[in-house]
Write a protein that binds this ligand. Structure first.
Ligand code: FES
Length: 572
């Protein structure tokens, strides 16, 4: 017996013509009578796709969810949603995050579902699914697909994504041959799962657990570990109970849950992409969250993980060391302990006992790998609405730096000129990249950590200050200022920067300043012309016309908020 009137019975419970229609066509898949008689119907929202290699194992995972749902007395129904393959899609998956979230939202609302299990993995698949589910707000649990096994190369270990940033340098300095690259290509991705660094996918899985949306401990389990399948099956059982308890997303996603997620991201050295996704999720569920919260709540949080890109180990090592549960236990004194999670218990209940098996991978809170590891939010005349930098991935010597701007008006301009031997640039310059914001690219790609010029690489230069309105891969590192808002394409001050201008970056003071007189800037602003529109039709036009700026989460304005699960009209 269920404790609540089931939403699905509005479809399957009718004795009239429409009840017949809803049930009868489902029967062609071979379901017996009792599936339609008051069992909670659980949607398995699957981002499986052969074009999303990080999620290629999720079809198999859906079968484990189904087992769990059936064991608990539910009726599982798997459905596909748009999947976003980070390494394949052009021009960038971020252009499609909001589109995928619409697919998730409308698929859940339009169908007879009482609860939903989100199967996610690759970077954008997790936030897009959570965003869509929030706008419906029925009981929801997330199963992160898990990281790949450690990458192997030349007898050592390589991290997905992080290795990519060494390729140009290795080729220019002739330390990588073509054969080496082929060997690394195969060794880097040698099992199912998403990137094995604390890149954006691992960050998103961690975020989901820190928000209370997963079963405890699941976010750090490798994709191919049998314990992942056990947890997947248990998620199937648990979602049925959640429906009976009416444990909806909005009961879990409180302001306290978001505060926990922000702090945990600092402690694990998570991606700057968390900011933009967490703000979009908060916007959907209706929790106020401001860019400044990320600095105020977490810039003092220490780094507890020695994982790439901020450290040396990988996600597999992290799991063997005790995983996310150890981190959450270590952070007990700074996290809200009374927040509810999907298993119906609080943080305090879930993470009180978590032994650590390797302190070289997970530090104690009092003896961390680095102090003050949280993301810094910058303000100044170059970013009136803010910009961000990840100090744990940056060079200490560049945290306070004034340099001459070398400006690239677009990615194409950058590629055309960056390796020109005559380019007037040295290691003290500041690389400024325009036109890579939400509206400008469009889609705000992960290009902020552009490669350094070849002639400086050959001189042994490893890092320079780079500033853009784009994002950066969670696997990347460097002194990279990102998410400059407003973006250059809509006339933010970034659009006015010229070659030779001085730019001051002062991370301790949280300042990013273009050292050009106000009168000169006013003149440049008057002369500035907006670029031609990049699309005249289709989704890309809808996106450009509606996307919000980075400091607000880059959601489409019309998607912010929720409409609930009620659908008043039948299909008649
Ligand atoms: Fe899919 Fe990194 S490319 S998680």
């Amino acid at each position: 017996m269920t404790k609540k009137k089931l939403r699905s019975q509005e479809w399957f419970g009718g004795k009239d013509k429409m009840g017949f229609v809803h049930r009868s066509w489902m029967r062609n898949q071979g379901y017996p009578d009792d599936m339609f008689r008051g069992r909670p119907v659980i949607g398995i929202c699957n981002t499986w796709s052969e074009l999303t290699p990080c999620n290629g194992h999720l079809r198999e995972f859906a079968e484990f969810v189904k087992k769990g749902v059936l064991e608990a007395g539910g009726f599982p129904l798997e459905f596909p949603v748009m999947s976003l393959g980070e390494t394949i899609m052009r021009p960038t998956t971020m252009l499609f995050r909001n589109l995928a979230s619409m697919d998730v939202e409308e698929s859940i609302r339009a169908n007879p579902l009482d609860g939903v299990v989100l199967l996610t993995g690759c970077d954008k698949t997790t936030p897009s699914c959570i965003m869509g589910a929030c706008s419906v707000d029925i009981p929801t649990i997330l199963v992160p697909g898990g990281p790949m096994l450690n990458g192997k190369f030349r007898g050592g270990e390589i991290g997905s994504g992080s290795f990519n940033w060494t390729i140009k340098e290795g080729q220019k300095t002739a330390t990588f041959s073509d054969e080496d690259l082929l060997e690394a290509e195969i060794g880097a991705a040698r099992s199912a799962g998403h990137c094995n660094t604390m890149g954006t996918a691992s960050t998103m899985a961690t975020m989901a657990e820190a928000l209370g949306l997963t079963l405890p401990g699941v976010s750090s389990i490798p994709a191919v570990d049998s314990r992942k399948k056990v947890m997947t099956q248990l998620a199937g059982r648990r979602i049925v109970e959640m429906v009976n308890e009416d444990l909806t997303l909005s009961k879990i996603l409180t302001r306290k849950a978001f505060e926990n997620a922000i702090k945990v991201n600092a402690a694990v050295g998570g991606s700057t992409n968390l900011i933009i996704h967490l703000q979009a999720i908060a916007g959907r569920i209706g929790v106020p969250l401001h860019l400044s919260d990320f600095d105020e709540l977490a810039s003092h949080i220490p780094l507890l993980l020695n994982l790439m890109p901020s450290g040396k180990y990988l996600m597999e090592d992290y799991f063997y060391a005790g995983g996310i549960s150890v981190v959450l236990k270590e952070m007990a004194k700074v996290l809200h302990q009374d927040v509810l999670t999907v298993n119906g218990k609080t943080f305090a209940d879930n993470y009180a006992k978590a032994p650590c098996y390797n302190r070289d991978v997970i530090a104690t809170y009092d003896r961390p790998f680095q102090e003050n590891a949280g993301i810094a939010v910058l303000t100044g005349n170059l970013c009136e609405n803010g910009a961000v930098i990840k100090p744990s991935a940056a060079s200490k010597r560049l945290m306070q730096h004034t340099g001459r701007a070398v400006v690239f008006e677009s990615m194409e301009d950058y590629h055309a000129r960056i390796d020109d031997p005559d380019l007037d640039i040295d290691e003290n310059c500041v690389i400024v990249l325009k036109g890579v914001g939400p509206k400008g690219y469009p889609g705000m790609p992960e290009v902020g950590n552009v490669d350094l010029p070849e002639k400086l690489i050959l001189k042994g230069v490893k890092d320079m200050v780079r500033i853009s309105d784009g994002r950066m891969s969670g696997t990347a590192y460097g002194t990279v200022v990102l998410h400059v808002s407003p973006e250059s394409t809509i006339g933010g001050t970034l659009a006015l920067v010229q070659n030779g201008d001085l730019i001051e970056l002062d991370v301790p003071a949280r300042r990013l300043q273009l050292l050009v007189a106000d009168a000169e800037l006013a003149q440049r602003r008057q002369a500035w012309q907006p670029p031609e529109p990049l699309a005249e039709r289709g989704y890309v036009k809808i996106y450009i016309d509606n996307v919000e700026q980075a400091d607000k989460g880059a959601d489409l304005g019309v998607l912010v908020g929720k409409s609930g699960s009620q659908v008043d009209r039948d299909l008649h």
